[in-house]
Design a protein around this ligand. Structure first.
Ligand code: F3S
Length: 292
Protein backbone atom coordinates (compact mmCIF):
# COMPACT_ATOMS: atom_id res chain seq x y z
CA UNK A 1 0.00 0.00 0.00
CA UNK A 2 1.34 3.39 -0.91
CA UNK A 3 0.58 6.16 1.56
CA UNK A 4 1.02 9.72 0.36
CA UNK A 5 0.80 12.57 2.86
CA UNK A 6 0.14 16.06 1.51
CA UNK A 7 3.04 18.37 2.25
CA UNK A 8 0.64 21.05 3.49
CA UNK A 9 -1.26 18.71 5.86
CA UNK A 10 -1.82 19.99 9.39
CA UNK A 11 -1.29 23.17 11.41
CA UNK A 12 -1.05 26.38 9.46
CA UNK A 13 1.26 29.14 10.61
CA UNK A 14 -1.49 31.06 12.43
CA UNK A 15 -2.74 28.05 14.38
CA UNK A 16 0.79 26.99 15.31
CA UNK A 17 1.43 30.51 16.57
CA UNK A 18 -1.81 30.55 18.62
CA UNK A 19 -1.11 27.16 20.21
CA UNK A 20 2.47 28.19 21.04
CA UNK A 21 1.24 31.46 22.60
CA UNK A 22 -1.29 29.51 24.69
CA UNK A 23 1.30 27.00 25.88
CA UNK A 24 3.80 29.79 26.74
CA UNK A 25 1.10 31.50 28.82
CA UNK A 26 0.20 28.25 30.59
CA UNK A 27 3.90 27.68 31.37
CA UNK A 28 3.99 31.02 33.16
CA UNK A 29 1.48 29.43 35.56
CA UNK A 30 -1.19 32.04 35.03
CA UNK A 31 -4.90 31.42 35.50
CA UNK A 32 -5.53 31.04 31.79
CA UNK A 33 -8.87 31.04 30.01
CA UNK A 34 -9.67 30.70 26.35
CA UNK A 35 -12.86 32.23 24.96
CA UNK A 36 -14.24 29.37 22.87
CA UNK A 37 -12.13 26.50 21.57
CA UNK A 38 -8.61 27.64 20.78
CA UNK A 39 -8.71 25.53 17.63
CA UNK A 40 -11.37 23.29 16.16
CA UNK A 41 -9.74 20.05 17.12
CA UNK A 42 -11.18 18.02 19.97
CA UNK A 43 -8.01 16.05 20.70
CA UNK A 44 -5.76 19.10 20.85
CA UNK A 45 -8.32 20.80 23.10
CA UNK A 46 -8.19 17.80 25.46
CA UNK A 47 -4.38 18.07 25.54
CA UNK A 48 -4.55 21.79 26.35
CA UNK A 49 -7.09 21.09 29.12
CA UNK A 50 -4.65 18.61 30.64
CA UNK A 51 -2.02 21.38 30.58
CA UNK A 52 -4.36 23.61 32.61
CA UNK A 53 -6.23 25.69 30.02
CA UNK A 54 -9.82 26.54 30.95
CA UNK A 55 -12.24 26.94 28.06
CA UNK A 56 -15.19 29.27 28.54
CA UNK A 57 -18.13 30.28 26.35
CA UNK A 58 -18.77 33.67 27.93
CA UNK A 59 -17.02 36.28 30.04
CA UNK A 60 -19.43 36.18 32.99
CA UNK A 61 -17.15 34.70 35.65
CA UNK A 62 -13.87 36.30 34.61
CA UNK A 63 -12.11 38.29 37.33
CA UNK A 64 -9.49 41.04 37.40
CA UNK A 65 -6.06 39.52 36.87
CA UNK A 66 -7.25 36.49 34.88
CA UNK A 67 -5.49 35.89 31.59
CA UNK A 68 -7.61 35.40 28.46
CA UNK A 69 -6.34 34.02 25.18
CA UNK A 70 -7.98 35.36 22.03
CA UNK A 71 -7.90 32.53 19.52
CA UNK A 72 -6.61 32.73 15.95
CA UNK A 73 -10.14 33.41 14.60
CA UNK A 74 -10.17 36.82 16.29
CA UNK A 75 -13.05 38.60 18.03
CA UNK A 76 -15.02 41.81 17.66
CA UNK A 77 -13.78 45.07 19.30
CA UNK A 78 -16.75 44.83 21.70
CA UNK A 79 -15.28 41.67 23.28
CA UNK A 80 -11.84 43.26 23.69
CA UNK A 81 -13.44 46.28 25.33
CA UNK A 82 -15.40 44.09 27.73
CA UNK A 83 -12.29 42.08 28.65
CA UNK A 84 -10.37 45.29 29.32
CA UNK A 85 -13.22 46.62 31.46
CA UNK A 86 -13.06 43.46 33.54
CA UNK A 87 -9.35 44.03 34.15
CA UNK A 88 -8.22 40.80 32.51
CA UNK A 89 -4.88 40.48 30.84
CA UNK A 90 -5.31 39.70 27.13
CA UNK A 91 -3.05 37.44 25.07
CA UNK A 92 -4.15 38.18 21.54
CA UNK A 93 -3.45 35.15 19.34
CA UNK A 94 -5.62 36.44 16.47
CA UNK A 95 -3.90 35.38 13.26
CA UNK A 96 -2.33 38.45 11.60
CA UNK A 97 -4.03 37.41 8.35
CA UNK A 98 -7.42 37.60 10.08
CA UNK A 99 -6.46 41.02 11.48
CA UNK A 100 -5.72 42.04 7.92
CA UNK A 101 -9.32 41.10 6.96
CA UNK A 102 -10.60 43.30 9.84
CA UNK A 103 -8.54 46.21 8.53
CA UNK A 104 -9.60 45.76 4.91
CA UNK A 105 -13.29 45.48 5.87
CA UNK A 106 -13.09 48.66 7.99
CA UNK A 107 -11.24 50.48 5.20
CA UNK A 108 -13.99 49.60 2.72
CA UNK A 109 -16.64 50.86 5.12
CA UNK A 110 -14.68 54.07 5.68
CA UNK A 111 -14.51 54.57 1.91
CA UNK A 112 -18.30 54.39 1.76
CA UNK A 113 -18.79 50.85 0.48
CA UNK A 114 -21.49 48.64 1.99
CA UNK A 115 -19.42 45.57 2.99
CA UNK A 116 -20.24 41.98 2.12
CA UNK A 117 -18.43 39.19 3.96
CA UNK A 118 -18.36 35.91 2.06
CA UNK A 119 -18.33 33.18 4.68
CA UNK A 120 -20.24 31.22 7.26
CA UNK A 121 -22.20 33.64 9.49
CA UNK A 122 -21.93 31.24 12.45
CA UNK A 123 -18.17 30.85 12.26
CA UNK A 124 -16.24 32.78 14.94
CA UNK A 125 -13.96 34.37 12.36
CA UNK A 126 -16.92 35.80 10.41
CA UNK A 127 -18.61 36.92 13.64
CA UNK A 128 -15.35 38.71 14.55
CA UNK A 129 -15.05 40.40 11.14
CA UNK A 130 -18.72 41.45 11.23
CA UNK A 131 -18.16 42.90 14.70
CA UNK A 132 -15.76 45.44 13.19
CA UNK A 133 -18.47 46.80 10.86
CA UNK A 134 -21.58 48.92 11.33
CA UNK A 135 -23.97 46.98 9.08
CA UNK A 136 -22.25 44.04 7.39
CA UNK A 137 -23.87 41.83 4.78
CA UNK A 138 -22.96 38.15 4.97
CA UNK A 139 -23.42 35.44 2.32
CA UNK A 140 -22.37 31.83 2.55
CA UNK A 141 -24.08 30.35 -0.51
CA UNK A 142 -24.47 31.30 -4.15
CA UNK A 143 -28.23 31.65 -3.62
CA UNK A 144 -27.58 34.26 -0.95
CA UNK A 145 -25.20 36.11 -3.27
CA UNK A 146 -27.81 35.99 -6.04
CA UNK A 147 -30.40 37.41 -3.64
CA UNK A 148 -28.31 40.56 -3.11
CA UNK A 149 -30.09 43.40 -4.96
CA UNK A 150 -28.51 45.56 -7.68
CA UNK A 151 -26.25 48.11 -6.01
CA UNK A 152 -24.25 51.17 -7.01
CA UNK A 153 -21.23 50.04 -4.99
CA UNK A 154 -20.17 47.14 -2.85
CA UNK A 155 -16.98 46.10 -1.04
CA UNK A 156 -16.18 42.42 -0.49
CA UNK A 157 -13.91 40.53 1.89
CA UNK A 158 -14.05 36.85 2.73
CA UNK A 159 -13.45 34.30 5.43
CA UNK A 160 -9.79 33.23 5.23
CA UNK A 161 -10.80 29.59 4.75
CA UNK A 162 -13.37 30.17 2.00
CA UNK A 163 -13.55 27.73 -0.91
CA UNK A 164 -11.77 29.40 -3.83
CA UNK A 165 -14.34 28.17 -6.39
CA UNK A 166 -17.21 29.66 -4.38
CA UNK A 167 -15.29 32.93 -4.15
CA UNK A 168 -14.85 33.01 -7.96
CA UNK A 169 -18.52 32.23 -8.62
CA UNK A 170 -19.71 34.77 -6.05
CA UNK A 171 -17.56 37.55 -7.52
CA UNK A 172 -18.65 36.81 -11.07
CA UNK A 173 -22.32 36.92 -9.94
CA UNK A 174 -21.75 40.24 -8.15
CA UNK A 175 -19.89 41.74 -11.10
CA UNK A 176 -23.07 41.57 -13.19
CA UNK A 177 -25.15 43.59 -10.74
CA UNK A 178 -22.86 45.97 -8.87
CA UNK A 179 -21.61 49.07 -10.70
CA UNK A 180 -18.58 49.69 -8.50
CA UNK A 181 -17.28 46.49 -6.97
CA UNK A 182 -14.17 46.54 -4.79
CA UNK A 183 -12.97 43.07 -3.84
CA UNK A 184 -10.28 41.91 -1.47
CA UNK A 185 -9.50 38.25 -1.88
CA UNK A 186 -8.68 37.55 1.75
CA UNK A 187 -8.49 33.79 1.41
CA UNK A 188 -5.36 32.81 3.26
CA UNK A 189 -2.66 31.26 1.09
CA UNK A 190 -2.39 28.45 3.67
CA UNK A 191 -5.99 27.62 2.76
CA UNK A 192 -5.65 27.83 -1.00
CA UNK A 193 -2.45 25.75 -0.98
CA UNK A 194 -4.18 23.05 1.14
CA UNK A 195 -7.26 23.05 -1.10
CA UNK A 196 -5.21 22.84 -4.31
CA UNK A 197 -3.05 20.08 -2.95
CA UNK A 198 -6.05 18.12 -1.62
CA UNK A 199 -7.72 18.25 -5.05
CA UNK A 200 -4.58 17.11 -6.83
CA UNK A 201 -3.76 14.33 -4.39
CA UNK A 202 -7.38 13.07 -4.26
CA UNK A 203 -7.40 12.70 -8.03
CA UNK A 204 -4.28 10.52 -7.95
CA UNK A 205 -5.00 8.05 -5.15
CA UNK A 206 -7.58 5.30 -4.66
CA UNK A 207 -8.69 6.39 -1.21
CA UNK A 208 -8.34 9.77 0.42
CA UNK A 209 -8.41 10.47 4.17
CA UNK A 210 -8.96 13.99 5.45
CA UNK A 211 -8.03 14.34 9.11
CA UNK A 212 -9.48 17.03 11.35
CA UNK A 213 -12.28 18.07 13.66
CA UNK A 214 -15.82 17.58 12.35
CA UNK A 215 -16.40 21.15 13.59
CA UNK A 216 -13.41 22.49 11.65
CA UNK A 217 -14.57 24.59 8.74
CA UNK A 218 -11.33 24.33 6.77
CA UNK A 219 -11.14 20.53 7.23
CA UNK A 220 -14.75 20.15 6.07
CA UNK A 221 -13.94 22.18 2.96
CA UNK A 222 -10.91 19.99 2.23
CA UNK A 223 -13.18 16.97 2.54
CA UNK A 224 -15.80 18.46 0.17
CA UNK A 225 -13.14 19.29 -2.41
CA UNK A 226 -11.59 15.85 -2.13
CA UNK A 227 -14.98 14.11 -2.33
CA UNK A 228 -15.85 16.07 -5.50
CA UNK A 229 -12.90 14.49 -7.32
CA UNK A 230 -12.67 11.19 -5.46
CA UNK A 231 -15.84 9.55 -4.07
CA UNK A 232 -13.70 7.35 -1.84
CA UNK A 233 -12.86 10.30 0.42
CA UNK A 234 -13.38 10.07 4.19
CA UNK A 235 -13.32 12.73 6.88
CA UNK A 236 -11.87 11.30 10.09
CA UNK A 237 -10.95 12.84 13.42
CA UNK A 238 -8.50 10.13 14.45
CA UNK A 239 -7.27 6.64 13.62
CA UNK A 240 -10.21 5.19 15.61
CA UNK A 241 -12.60 6.34 12.84
CA UNK A 242 -10.84 4.32 10.14
CA UNK A 243 -12.69 1.33 8.66
CA UNK A 244 -10.59 -1.31 6.93
CA UNK A 245 -13.32 -1.93 4.31
CA UNK A 246 -12.58 1.52 2.85
CA UNK A 247 -9.30 0.19 1.45
CA UNK A 248 -10.65 -2.88 -0.39
CA UNK A 249 -8.74 -3.27 -3.68
CA UNK A 250 -6.99 0.04 -3.05
CA UNK A 251 -3.32 0.45 -3.80
CA UNK A 252 -2.82 3.97 -2.65
CA UNK A 253 -4.04 6.18 0.17
CA UNK A 254 -3.75 9.96 0.17
CA UNK A 255 -3.78 11.87 3.43
CA UNK A 256 -4.33 15.50 4.15
CA UNK A 257 -5.38 17.35 7.27
CA UNK A 258 -6.99 20.65 8.16
CA UNK A 259 -5.05 23.66 9.38
CA UNK A 260 -6.16 22.87 12.93
CA UNK A 261 -4.97 19.27 12.98
CA UNK A 262 -1.83 18.70 15.06
CA UNK A 263 1.05 16.73 13.56
CA UNK A 264 0.84 14.10 16.28
CA UNK A 265 -2.71 13.18 15.18
CA UNK A 266 -1.57 12.85 11.53
CA UNK A 267 1.40 10.71 12.64
CA UNK A 268 -0.93 8.42 14.59
CA UNK A 269 -3.03 7.82 11.45
CA UNK A 270 0.00 7.23 9.21
CA UNK A 271 1.58 4.85 11.73
CA UNK A 272 -1.69 2.97 12.15
CA UNK A 273 -2.10 2.52 8.38
CA UNK A 274 1.53 1.50 7.99
CA UNK A 275 1.07 -1.16 10.69
CA UNK A 276 -2.21 -2.28 9.15
CA UNK A 277 -0.64 -3.00 5.80
CA UNK A 278 2.81 -4.08 6.97
CA UNK A 279 3.63 -7.39 5.31
CA UNK A 280 0.28 -7.46 3.48
CA UNK A 281 0.09 -8.06 -0.23
CA UNK A 282 -0.34 -4.39 -0.94
CA UNK A 283 2.50 -3.22 1.27
CA UNK A 284 6.04 -2.41 0.35
CA UNK A 285 6.15 1.07 -1.04
CA UNK A 286 6.11 2.80 2.30
CA UNK A 287 5.11 6.31 3.20
CA UNK A 288 6.09 9.21 1.07
CA UNK A 289 5.39 12.91 1.13
CA UNK A 290 3.88 14.52 -1.88
CA UNK A 291 4.58 18.01 -3.04
CA UNK A 292 1.05 18.35 -4.41
FE1 F3S B 1 -4.16 32.34 9.78
FE2 F3S B 1 -4.45 31.35 7.42
FE3 F3S B 1 -4.15 29.79 9.44
S1 F3S B 1 -5.59 33.01 8.27
S2 F3S B 1 -5.05 30.85 11.14
S3 F3S B 1 -2.60 31.20 8.66
S4 F3S B 1 -5.50 29.42 7.70
Amino acid sequence: MEIKVAKSAGFCWGVKRAVNMAIDTLRKGKNTYCLGELIHNRREIERLKRLGMKFIDNMENLKRGDTVIIRSHGVSPRIIKELKNKGTSIVDATCPFVKDVHEKAMKLEKEGYPVLILGNPNHPEVIGIAGHLKSPLIASTLEEVEAIPKMAKLGVVCQTTLNLNFFREAISTLASKVKELKVYNTICSATSIRQKEARKLASKVDVMLIIGGKNSSNTTKLYQISKSVNPRSYHIESKEDIKEEWFREAESIGITAGASTPKWVIDEVVNYLSTLYKGGELSGRGVCQTTG
